[in-house]
Design a protein around this ligand. Structure first.
Ligand code: FES
Length: 213
């Protein structure tokens, strides 16, 4: 077994703030390029003070990821988003008493997911530089939309047939039939990631998959 600190094991066995906030102000899912695991973070933020009043996480990762996400939620609850986004994965790992080197990317995933949720909140509140939504930006956001059946990104699963953005209209074609049991779920996730972008007027999700014969 890898040499885990007592604190890692304690947070893994009794993770804090697990779940999803139902009326969250921002929800972000990030995937680790190193291992393909995923982490979802939801936030409640006070609009006036920018203080994180609630935070929850759901990890589809390993013990180190669960432990880092758990301690990160404890660290940032009650802090402002400006303070929270400065916390590095090294600080989170140090708070846990260290992580084995091969597990550092699990802490990176936890911090990335938190920063992504904060970025989404800031986008919704007009607090980020208004960069245009290019196909690259679109692809980065779509990488965080998951097929709930497999927990893998729709990009990685090759469900994304086509995507484009022109005159504020985003068009996305998916290799699923409209009556696929996760079509509505995936469409909802896509709208959640894209509808609020400042230069986007409309998001069209088309299901272009052939029915199985
Ligand atoms: Fe994937 Fe730890 S191995 S999150």
């Amino acid at each position: 077994m890898l040499p885990y600190s007592k604190k890692v094991i304690e947070h893994f066995k009794h993770p804090r703030n697990v779940g999803e906030i139902k009326d969250a102000d921002a929800v972000a899912m990030e995937g680790s390029p190193a291992c393909g695991d995923m982490l979802k973070i939801s936030l409640k933020v006070n609009e006036k003070t920018h203080v994180i009043t609630d935070i929850k996480f759901e990890s589809f990762g390993c013990a180190s990821n669960i432990a880092t996400a758990s301690i990160l939620t404890e660290i940032v609850k009650g802090r402002t988003i400006e303070e929270a986004e400065k916390i590095s994965w090294k600080q989170a790992a140090e708070e846990l008493g260290g992580l084995p080197p091969v597990k550092m990317h699990c802490a990176v995933l936890a911090v990335d997911a938190l920063r992504s949720a904060i970025e989404q909140w800031k986008e919704k509140h007009g607090l980020v530089d208004k960069k245009p939504t290019t196909p690259d930006v679109l692809l980065r956001k779509l990488r965080n939309v998951l097929n709930p059946l497999t927990g893998a990104s729709i990009v990685r699963m090759q469900l994304l047939v086509n995507f484009d953005v022109a005159d504020g209209v985003i068009t996305i074609d998916l290799d699923l039939t409209p009556d696929h049991k996760f079509a509505a779920h995936i469409s909802g996730e896509i709208h959640e990631k894209l509808d609020h972008l400042w230069d986007v007027k409309e998001v069209r999700v088309n299901f272009v998959g052939e029915p199985e014969s």
